[in-house]
Design a protein around this ligand. Structure first.
Ligand code: ADP
Length: 407
């Protein structure tokens, strides 16, 4: 039995050829539509299996040309279609195709279908079909069958789209997992190394009676690295809560101005007199907020202002009431952010070009910050200019309308 495979991808042609050969077919391959037509006229194969998208002449045109030529009109043609596109099948029917092969194909089914198509050519026409081992007598008219076919194809294409959507989600989940593994292995390894070495040297210094100032220096380094690790781990935990839809805020009546003051007080010891923080705030600004989470937001913005501005800079924190909203902004005169990077700043793992030189980071803080502010019904924004500095702000309703953060 002779099969003609028309397929421009050499790999796919080779796969199909060896599959058919191992099932007793002799196979000739054509790499475009014109060549396929030529070979079909030369050798009159028992079946043509043709891809749709091919150079020179596509599968529909090949099929039409074969059916229009009396010498090849009764050679069965099977077109290789993708079920994601029901129109392919309808176009193939219109071109006179005898059957379809859907990609990606199951080898067993494909061989069965090719054999059935060849056998049907030689059989006395009847209305019996065998599906999954069961024999049916079909009495439906041509139009009725077409209608059923098109509906089935439409259903399948919807199902295909759903499958594709879950495949995309799965890929996203896998790549997120990989990102986390990357962060954990690379970003935590560095500080952990410094921590182990720092503690070791510290121990030696203590034993050898080094000056208290030197000992203090090492102890400070160890604490700084441990804190960095803690921030990374906390951010990663928040990320997995966000992904699971479990990042919840619990707003309680509190004083926003006071929360800002406390966040500044907490961060001040780590400034080592390299930066100055100036606060402009009313004495009190009553609000309904999740105190720990808003303190985390302010700490994130302050840490960034410190990280991305050189020693000696002043950081200005402003707290204001704007109608029924409370606003907090953190202004620095640091490196600033290129305009092109601004739209992506609040994406997870995003770092603006040039920031690696200024400070270590993994690009999670702003993503978590945005989610936390949004969970309070608020918004974050940034104004920035390269070389001049940045102002990160958030506003939130003073009366709570908290909602869980969507993943
Ligand atoms: P990280 O600082 O760990 O990289 P963030 O999510 O806090 O992560 O910030 C994301 C990116 O935004 C930073 O890498 C940096 O490029 C930029 N960025 C944030 N704050 C500032 C700032 N105050 N000045 C300049 N760049 C900033």
């Amino acid at each position: 039995m002779l099969a003609l495979v028309a397929e421009d991808s050499r790999t796919q042609a080779y796969q199909l050829k060896s599959l058919l050969e191992s099932n007793g077919f002799e196979v000739i391959v054509a790499v475009d539509g014109d060549e396929a037509l030529l070979r079909a006229r030369e050798r009159r194969p028992d079946v043509v299996i043709s891809d749709i998208v091919m150079p020179k002449r596509d599968g529909y045109s090949l099929c039409r040309a074969l059916k229009d030529d009396a010498a090849t009109a009764d050679v069965p043609v099977m077109l290789v279609t993708s079920l994601g596109e029901p129109l392919d099948v309808v176009r193939a029917l219109a071109a006179g195709a005898d059957n379809f092969v859907t990609k990606p194909y199951d080898e067993h089914q494909l061989v069965g279908r090719v054999k059935r198509t060849v056998a049907r050519k030689n059989a006395v026409p009847d209305s019996h079909v065998t599906v999954a081992g069961e024999r049916f007598n079909i009495t439906a008219g041509r139009e009725q069958m077409l209608d059923v076919l098109v509906s089935a194809l439409e259903d399948m294409s919807v199902r295909n789209a759903e499958l594709e959507a879950s495949r995309v989600q799965l890929t996203l989940a896998t790549s997120r997992r990989d990102e986390v593994l990357h962060v954990v292995s690379h970003e935590l390894r560095g500080p952990l190394g410094v921590l182990v070495m720092g503690a070791d040297v510290f121990g030696m210094d203590v034993r050898s009676g080094a000056t208290p100032a030197k000992q203090q220096g090492f102890a400070d380094r160890v604490v700084r690295q441990a804190q960095r690790m803690l921030t990374i781990v906390d951010d990663l935990l928040d990320i997995s809560r966000i992904d699971a839809g479990e990042l919840r805020v619990v707003p309680v009546p509190a004083d926003l101005a006071r929360v800002v003051r406390e966040a500044i007080d907490r961060i001040t010891p780590s400034l080592q007199e390299k930066h100055t923080i100036e606060l402009r705030s009313p004495h009190s600004l009553p609000a309904e907020i999740d105190v720990d989470r808003i303190e985390q937001v302010i700490a994130n913005l302050l840490t960034n202002a410190i990280k991305y501005s050189p020693a000696g800079c002043v950081i200005t924190v402003t707290v204001e009431q704007q109608g029924d909203m409370g606003s907090v902004s953190v202004r620095d005169s640091g490196i600033g952010i290129p305009e092109t990077a601004v739209p992506r700043l609040f994406e997870r793992y995003f770092r603006a070009p040039g920031s690696e030189k200024a400070a270590k980071g993994i690009g999670l803080g702003l993503y978590v910050t945005k989610r936390l502010v949004e969970s309070h019904g608020g918004t974050v924004s940034v104004r920035t200019s390269v070389g001049e500095g940045s102002t990160f702000s958030f506003v939130l309703p003073l009366a709570s309308c908290a909602a869980p953060a969507a993943p």
